[in-house]
Design a protein around this ligand. Structure first.
Ligand code: SAM
Length: 289
């Protein structure tokens, strides 16, 4: 059964009286080459164990079952469980866990299902949970590789370089924890129902150590958030809400000079290494203030 064939999708879903839910981000793939390419490039064959988020009707699940030893698919919508029983009947190496991926302890799930075995994560993510789902997958530290389809713009934002319009606090969060690369684009007409935007498949390879070292990770992310909260302002002004009380404007100006940056620079131009140097210098000044 080709689970991406539009006639098969309509017939199976009609048999189960299933209706797509926009609020659950349900856009199912209609081009079989896409789940095939995701499964082939996901590292599932090497790791042997996979957690899939949002199997839907199971087109990606089936491809993962073909290449991996064991697949655990987390699906929020109970109405899809009988659908998956039917579409995945030919496989015996998968399990569906009904639940919200954002409410699960993913590291505990992997330990429970795979023991000490290595695992990767895969998903055609529902758009409405893209950021928290990627954060949860990376924060779990449970996966050797995370391969996710997301809105194309979000994929570009995650991979963006300093000084570009797409560079954001989330680019820095992801690049701090993982090497990020876009594998391929997927046009909006490869889904039913058709979304308004194109998608891209993103490969995140978690790093053993963060991309940059800092003495205070919490302060690092506070400075990053402050810089991007007011990205049109100079860094001196943008850092005011975080450091102004204790260092004053003169102190912040001195701090920026200490790390060799121009006082008029905007935060959006800073690399991860710049933010790390800024954090270490700020931590030193705060300790003395
Ligand atoms: N994998 C299928 C495909 O590629 O055709 C379906 C992908 S569809 C974009 C997203 C899937 O995620 C849907 O099946 C939806 O019900 C499920 N989902 C939505 N929110 C979820 C959540 N919080 N936790 C787990 N699954 C969720």
């Amino acid at each position: 059964m080709n689970l991406c064939d539009i006639d098969v999708i309509r017939a199976v879903l009609a048999r189960h009286g299933f209706r797509f839910s926009k609020s659950l981000g349900q856009n199912f793939l209609t081009d079989l080459s896409v789940p095939q390419r995701i499964a082939a490039q996901s590292g599932a064959a090497q790791a042997g164990h996979v957690v899939e988020v949002g199997p839907g009707m199971g087109c990606l699940t089936a491809e993962l079952c073909r290449v991996a030893g064991q697949v655990v698919a987390v699906e929020l919508d109970r109405a899809l469980l009988p659908v998956l029983d039917e579409t995945l009947a030919g496989f015996d190496n998968y399990e569906v866990v009904q639940g919200d991926v954002l409410a699960l302890d993913l590291a505990a799930l992997c330990r429970e299902k795979f023991g000490d075995g290595r695992a990767v994560a895969c998903a055609n993510l529902p758009y409405y949970i893209t950021t928290p789902a990627i954060t949860a997958l990376l924060d779990s530290r449970a996966f050797d590789q995370v391969t996710v389809m997301v809105q194309k713009e979000v994929a570009e934002r995650i991979c963006a370089a300093p000084g570009t319009a797409a560079y954001s606090a989330f680019s820095i969060y992801v690049q701090y924890r993982a090497a990020a690369e876009i594998l391929f684009d997927v046009r909006a007409d490869c889904f039913v129902p058709r979304p308004k935007v194109d998608s891209a498949v993103l490969r995140l390879t978690p790093l053993q150590q963060p991309a940059v070292q800092t003495v205070d990770e919490k302060l690092f992310f506070s400075l990053v958030r402050a810089a991007f909260n007011m990205r049109r302002k100079t860094l001196v002004n943008a850092l005011g809400p975080v450091l102004g009380d204790r260092l004053g404007k003169n102190g912040i100006t001195a701090l920026i000079g200490t790390v060799g940056l121009d006082a008029r620079v905007r935060g959006e131009r800073l690399s991860l290494a710049d933010f790390a140097r800024l954090t270490d210098a700020a931590a030193g000044m705060l300790a003395r203030a």
